[in-house]
Ligand binder design. Structure first.
Ligand code: ADP
Length: 710
């Protein structure tokens, strides 16, 4: 009754105790895991935000750096323009264009009016009205020229001598040469400069055939002398015709055209003089239209490259629409297609750059594509970048480029996620490792706690077993002794039975105490073995005798079989007897009413085998594996009834380990069990084994303590 109650109590206690522990372990795993997961999630989100912020900063820095580079670029150009302000307009043009600082230049004066390209201003083509004689002489000469009068040349020569004004003097000489040409060649060389062809419409050949060739040649030579000699003198350098053009370069071109190809030296000299004048931007300013005309004409006549021709043409095209300085400073689109004008804040010299130049500057100075991983930047004019989406970042391209924007677009909707991925993977792995660590720690903790609980249970079991097992025989002895002492038992036979019962209980008590003491000694390692050569047969017989009355009844049979000539073993005799007694005790306890136990000793393979076979309840496979554990009992109720405390086989194993021996069991439930003890013989090898056993005792003891004493 008491045993059952205590077993129930223990069981309930065990269940009650395990749930808080399990809940604690679960909490110890779940709470930190949840924290780690929450932390990971927060860290990953933060990382994404941080990456976004970091990349945005990088993008912005790159845009601002590009903006600064563009600022610097245009500021340097502005400085060039402002530096050229001090020069005369034509020289400023020439300097900046030949330095290749700009594709072209347009210059405005202090009032904001066009100063370069120079527009030709018409000049008087006749003497002032006050000088009536001269005015009339001009009219006459012109009329003669129109009429094709051969004396027209002479009339103009007279005028040239009479005129005081350089412009009119030069115009008269020019007209004289023109008339001489007409006389000599039939075609005026001045037609190249816009003067009408000969009036009679005949070719020079036809004139030659008229027999006036010689006279014509003289006239031509005189004309050349005037054009390339007289008119190229310094005094006529600034002389202009009625349209405001410089007379000398036009005269040189005419001379070049009429000079015979055979006269290479003259042609060369004329051409060099002309080239120098067309290329010169210093001195009297040549109207741009005249310079462009001369350049293109000469390009056809003699192969020559003009470094400023294109710039002149661009400037002329720009100036056509922009007669006054642009109202806005900075880089602005010109009316001329593909042209941009860079205007300094104070006007003056305006630089012209082509689309191509602007694109090259934007390309080379715009943001570095490599620094903008995951994004694309566009420097564009006006609000429209050509991309439908809103830009991620957008700044003015440069303070010198009004209406230009520097916009940045993300390539993927969320490039930050990809950039944060690497870090997030790190967080993820850290989290996984953290959770794995928690799980491992929890497992270790659970194992440790389980072990502690098992130990506590074992200790509780021990206390329960000890108190119960000691109390039961003591109680029955007390009842029997009280009955005998109070004289309530008069029958001698019954009294003798009572004495027998007392002796039995006493014996059981002694055996229990012996086991507890052995166990306790083992626990504290106080069990010292006294090794000697032992005859196993003797020990077997002594043990069989020690079982006393147990096997005396007709239903209990114990047969002892000792193989003759058994070798001696080296062992502690008492310890081996304890082993056999414990096995016999179990065989008796766990067999039914009809008990048949065989105790056998035989030698096999250098060892002595001791077998204890019974026809008892037998053991399942699982029970066979665990019966050598301390306090393990297959059927607790049966074991208690039989007076066991779950220590017998543990003691047996401990002793055999200490002797270098072993124990095994063969059993089937309901069909009995056979326990086989194997002990090494006391040969030299046996002795050696015993010594090894002595050492292994220490190890076994440690294992034993490790298991149960923590
Ligand atoms: P106990 O003192 O309880 O007998 P033991 O350590 O000697 O403790 O035995 C442990 C358990 O092994 C026993 O409770 C019993 O269930 C089982 N057992 C031991 N010997 C036998 C056997 N010969 N037949 C069947 N079961 C046995």
């Amino acid at each position: 009754m008491i045993g059952r109650r205590s077993a129930t109590r223990l069981g309930t206690g065990r269940n009650r105790g395990i749930w808080p522990v399990l809940a604690l372990i679960l909490a110890a795993v779940l709470v930190p895991t949840a924290c780690v997961l929450w932390f990971m999630n927060a860290a990953m989100q933060n990382e994404r935000l941080a990456v976004r912020q970091r990349l945005t900063d990088i993008y912005r820095r790159e845009l601002l750096s590009a903006q600064k580079k563009l600022d610097d670029h245009w500021a340097a150009k502005m400085r060039l323009l402002q530096g050229a302000n001090a020069l005369p307009a034509a020289e400023a043009f020439h300097k900046l264009v030949t330095e290749r600082s700009f594709d072209s230049i347009v210059v405005y004066d202090a009032d904001g009016n066009l100063a370069y390209p120079l527009v030709a201003a018409p000049r008087p083509e006749t003497a002032p009205a006050g000088n009536a004689d001269l005015v009339a002489a001009w009219e006459d000469a012109r009329a003669m020229e129109r009429a094709g009068d051969p004396n027209a040349a002479e009339a103009f020569a007279k005028l040239a001598r009479a005129e005081k004004q350089t412009d009119l003097k030069a115009q008269a000489l020019q007209a004289q040469a023109r008339c001489l040409m007409r006389r000599g060649m039939g075609v005026s060389p001045m037609s190249a400069t816009g003067v009408t062809p000969v009036a009679d419409g005949r070719s020079p050949k036809q004139h030659g055939r008229d027999g006036r060739a010689t006279h014509g040649q003289d006239a031509r030579a005189t004309a050349i002398a005037i054009l390339a000699g007289e008119l190229s003198k310094d005094e006529y350098r600034a002389a202009r015709d009625g349209l405001g053009r410089l007379v000398a370069p036009d005269a040189l071109l005419a001379a070049l055209r009429v000079t015979s190809p055979d006269d290479a030296n003259s042609r060369k000299a004329i051409a060099q003089d002309l080239l120098a004048r067309v290329n010169s931007y210093a001195g009297p300013a040549m109207p741009s239209s005249q310079r462009v005309f001369l350049m293109t004409e000469l390009q056809n006549d003699i192969r020559v490259y003009w470094p400023t021709l294109e710039a002149e043409q661009l400037a002329a095209a720009y100036a056509d629409d922009q007669r006054t300085v642009p109202a806005e400073s900075g880089l602005a689109r010109a009316v001329v297609r593909g042209l941009w004008a860079l205007c300094p804040p104070d006007g003056g010299v305006v630089g012209l750059v082509t689309d191509h130049e602007v694109a090259a500057a934007v390309d080379s100075l715009g943001p570095d594509a490599q620094a903008l991983a995951g994004a694309r930047s566009i420097v564009h004019y006006g609000p429209d970048s050509g991309i439908a989406r809103e830009p991620f970042l957008d700044v003015p391209a440069s303070q010198y480029m009004p209406a230009w924007r520097l916009s940045l677009y993300l390539e993927a909707p969320d490039p930050f996620a990809a950039a944060a991925e690497q870090r997030n993977a790190l967080y993820l792995w850290t989290g996984i490792l953290g959770i794995a660590f928690i799980a491992i720690m929890a497992t270790v903790m659970a194992t440790y706690l389980g072990r502690q609980m098992r130990l506590t249970r074992l200790k509780n079991d021990l206390i329960a077993t000890v108190s119960h097992e000691l109390k039961t025989p003591l109680a029955s002895m007390r009842v029997l002794v009280d009955t005998l002492r109070e004289g309530r038992c008069t029958d001698e036979k019954q009294a003798s039975e009572y004495f027998d019962l007392i002796a039995k209980e006493n014996e059981r008590l002694s055996r229990l105490i012996d086991n507890f003491l052995t166990f306790s000694r083992m626990e504290r390692n106080k069990r010292a073995f006294d090794f000697a050569e032992v005859d196993v047969g003797d020990v077997l017989r002594a043990a069989a005798d020690a079982t006393g009355e147990r096997f005396a009844s007709p239903q209990s049979r114990l047969s002892v079989e000792v193989q003759p000539g058994l070798p001696l073993i080296r062992a502690d005799r008492d310890a081996i007897e304890t082993v056999i007694l414990n096995l016999l005790d179990n065989a008796w306890k766990y067999s039914g009413d009809d008990k048949s136990v065989t105790l056998r000793a035989l030698s096999a393979g250098g060892a002595v085998l001791i077998e204890v076979a019974d026809n008892g309840v037998g053991l399942s496979r699982r029970a066979q594996r665990r019966i050598f554990d301390k306090f393990y009992q297959v059927d607790r109720t049966l074991a208690r009834k039989a007076g066991g405390c779950g220590l017998g086989l543990a003691i047996v194993k401990f002793i055999l380990d200490a002797h270098g021996g072993s124990i095994s069991v063969r059993s089937q439930p309901g069909k009995g069990s056979t326990f086989t003890v194997r002990l090494p013989c006391a040969t030299s090898k046996g002795r050696l084994n015993a010594e090894i056993a002595e050492e292994s005792k220490e190890e076994t003891k440690e294992a034993f303590e490790g298991d149960y004493m923590d």
